[in-house]
Design a protein around this ligand. Structure first.
Ligand code: HEM
Length: 410
């Protein structure tokens, strides 16, 4: 069956501020609909849970998109050959090279360091508040961003002091609305940065993941130079653009649902299941990366033509009432297993164990340290970043007051 004969809807910039109501409206029409994204790209948008899962596992939906990749000899092309942009067999080869560093067991060894970084950031926020005689901070800039970026920089061996540069470049790369020329300039700056960093590490290897990957490349020639730069780029961007939103949007969701917040404060053992429900509810990655039908595919009764771009909406799937009852309600005690925030299939998030660990430590540490946390601005004034892929706040101004009995946790 082909798509129902309806006008293709053009989504406006308001989509970024509230993707959920748009997905609900589209899903009610059909779980797979043709839309034009706010950036002007026409896609098949998959908003039903069963259809999203099927699409993510379908090998006919390819990550190599004809006409979408940079010119092969451009500088930007050096960041294009990463696992999230490749199909088997290259995908498996690239993923296996780093898989070991991100298993749940390996990541659990980072717990003490993540706890120490979290404690340091909580101290700084408490001191800032005390010094300024007021306790208002941007939780995103002071806490949710520095934690994951510091962790991934340390793992990779990237100087954390350069983080403001990558935050700017990376924000441009995932934005739908960079000013003309800015995308090119920032993507080029990022590629040059990694090339210089890898050249320096080749001279002076350290005990870090990028040095290990260089050794894999130089000893066994298993990674081309562009694959190496692309790997560094992907791990750094995926390692921080996402977890920052789980922490910041997760805290916002708790502040807007005080009964759930009280429940978590009363029983910190709920943290693991709370993180799962927050993943389902806040969707740090709103839509999976673009895919393209390598041959005609039928999903949800809709025929997708060869070469058509497909966008699988993870936030659409996670709020599908056919899968999660009363989906727009945050319920920390619900069984959120099967949520698709980390994707599904061969590209399932490599960093899921790390993200879960960081978010659990961050949220439980924040609640233990500050007995009172409240929004410092009306919720309606909060703005979401203009990105098709990422669903994240621009800023999260909050007021913090220490827990009774002074400092505690994490
Ligand atoms: C809450 C935090 C995170 C969320 C919600 C998230 C979400 C996702 C999603 C949805 C995908 C699949 C995209 C697709 O199929 O188009 C993905 C892939 C990936 N993620 Fe994450 N991610 C998170 C944190 C991390 C972290 C901390 C890392 C660490 C390096 C990471 C590394 C990756 C990599 C390398 C891939 C590509 C896997 C592949 O292509 O096989 N992610 N992530």
């Amino acid at each position: 069956m082909s798509a129902p004969d309806i006008a293709v809807e053009r989504l406006g910039a308001d989509y970024f501020q509230d993707p959920y109501s748009v997905h609900a409206r589209l899903r009610a029409r059909s779980p797979v609909t043709r839309v034009i994204m706010p950036g002007g790209i026409p896609v098949w948008l998959v908003t039903g849970y069963a259809e999203a899962r099927a699409a993510l596992a379908d090998p006919r939906l390819s990550k190599r998109m004809p006409g979408w990749h940079p010119e092969p000899d451009s500088i930007i092309a050096s960041m294009d050959l990463h696992m999230l942009n490749t199909d088997p067999p290259d995908h498996g080869r690239l993923r296996r090279l780093v898989n070991k560093a991100f298993t749940a067991r390996q990541v659990a060894r980072l717990r003490p360091r993540i706890t120490a970084i979290t404690a340091g950031l909580l101290d700084e926020m408490a001191v800032q508040g005390a010094q300024r005689g007021q306790s208002e901070v941007d939780l995103l800039a002071s806490f949710a961003f520095p934690l994951p970026i510091t962790v991934i920089c340390e793992l990779l061996g990237v100087p954390a002091g350069d983080r403001d540069d990558f935050r700017t470049w990376s924000a441009t790369i995932v934005s739908d609305t960079p000013a003309p020329g800015v995308f090119q300039a920032h993507a080029t700056a990022m590629a040059r940065y990694f090339m210089a960093l890898l050249a320096a590490k080749r001279q002076q290897p350290r005990d870090d993941l990028l040095s290990a990957l260089l050794a894999a490349r130089d000893d066994e020639d298993r990674l081309s130079e562009n694959e190496l730069v692309s790997m560094a780029f992907l791990l750094l961007v995926a390692g921080h653009e996402t977890t920052v939103n789980l922490i910041a949007s997760g805290v916002l969701a708790l502040l807007l649902n005080p009964a759930e917040l009280a429940r978590l404060r009363a029983d910190p053992a709920l943290t693991g299941s709370a993180v799962e429900e927050l993943l389902r509810y806040v969707n740090p990655v709103s839509n999976a990366t673009f895919r393209c039908a390598a041959e005609p595919v039928e999903i949800g009764g809709v025929r997708i033509g060869r070469g058509d771009p497909v966008l699988v909406s993870l936030s659409g799937a996670n709020r599908d009432p056919a899968r999660f009852g009363d989906p727009d309600r945050l319920d920390l005690s619900r069984d959120s297993s099967g949520q698709l925030a980390f994707g599904h299939g061969i590209h399932y998030c490599l960093g899921a164990p790390l993200a879960r660990l960081e978010a659990g430590i961050a949220i439980s540490g924040l609640l233990a340290r500050f007995g009172s946390i409240s929004l410092a601005v009306p919720a309606a004034s909060l703005r979401w970043r203009p990105s098709t892929l990422i669903h994240g706040l621009e800023a999260l101004p909050v007021r913090l007051a220490p827990s009774e009995g002074g400092i505690s946790g994490p």
